[in-house]
Ligand binder design. Structure first.
Ligand SMILES: [Zn+2]
Length: 270
């Protein structure tokens, strides 16, 4: 029995590819990466183009040229800084689109596929510096491989359940119900919220990207205050998984102060 169970565990890399842990080049943190950046980017591109096609059919894609142009011109220097920070992202097919929607939302998928919702622009009324902070934070998630990490987490859960099924089968138990659950977990993988640690990382890297791109780091603080004021349950990723907003605000103020010299050297606004 022990030998058969060992065989099950030895089979893991065969079932799930080479995978394993990888050290993130920006944070130095070891991440479980059963799903790599390239794979996450491939899945994301598929989902992105599907979403854009649907948006176009519904006439909600890039419907206001002035807003699209504004969002793209704010994003462009941030993308340049992203490429400077992580050189392989020069190969990403970066794209920025605006979706007409009441939701206060923005995101950047693995591989640099970005969307900003008009609800964010209309309800928050961000300055260029503040919008740069939203984009910087979202781009940071992609640079830090957070989506690939989430997808890997789902794979791990699936792996755990699969192993349970295999071990259960070896031990004579029937856990086939758990296998069904694994499929459900996989399908919701892309929608999982980021962990609090991932959010803190994206805050720190995002505000730094923005400062290097010439956007005022204190705008991260004023943006966050506006976001809290708008509140509601339909918050963007930016508002999610932060059980301690005071602490986050405190961290942002400190980081903004620290980045002022970087910003002063690059500033875009008078
Ligand atoms: Zn986030």
């Amino acid at each position: 029995m022990v030998r058969r169970l060992q065989a099950v565990f030895l089979a893991i890399p065969l079932v799930f590819g080479i995978g394993g842990c990888a050290t993130n080049p920006i944070t130095g943190r070891s991440q479980v990466m059963l799903v790599g950046d390239d794979e996450a980017a491939r899945h994301s591109a598929q989902a992105y183009y599907q979403l854009l096609a649907n948006a176009e059919k519904q006439h909600v894609l890039d419907d206001d040229p002035a807003t699209v142009s504004r969002v793209r011109s704010i994003a462009q220097p941030l993308i340049a800084q992203a490429m400077a920070l992580r050189s392989e992202t020069r190969l990403w097919q970066w794209e920025v689109h605006v979706l007409k929607s009441d939701q206060v939302n923005a995101w950047c998928m693995a591989g640099g596929k970005i969307a900003v919702y008009t609800g964010l622009i209309e309800k928050i009324r961000p300055s260029d510096d503040e919008l740069a902070q939203v984009l910087g934070h979202e781009i940071a998630h992609a640079l830090l491989s957070h989506q690939a990490e989430k997808m890997s987490r789902v794979q791990l859960q699936k792996l755990g359940l699969t192993l349970g099924v295999l071990a259960g089968a070896v031990a004579g138990y029937n856990l086939s119900g758990a296998a069904g659950l694994a499929d459900t977990v996989a399908t919701i993988g892309l929608d999982l919220p980021n962990s609090r640690r991932a959010e803190n990382e994206a805050d720190a890297v995002g505000i730094e990207l923005a400062a290097k791109a010439g956007y005022n780091p204190h705008a991260a603080v004023s943006l966050w205050e506006k976001m809290i004021a708008v509140g509601g349950s339909e918050g963007p990723d930016w508002l999610s998984t932060h059980p301690n907003p005071e602490q986050r605000l405190h961290n942002m103020r400190a980081k903004a102060q620290q980045l002022m010299p970087v910003y002063e050297a690059q500033r875009r606004t008078p």
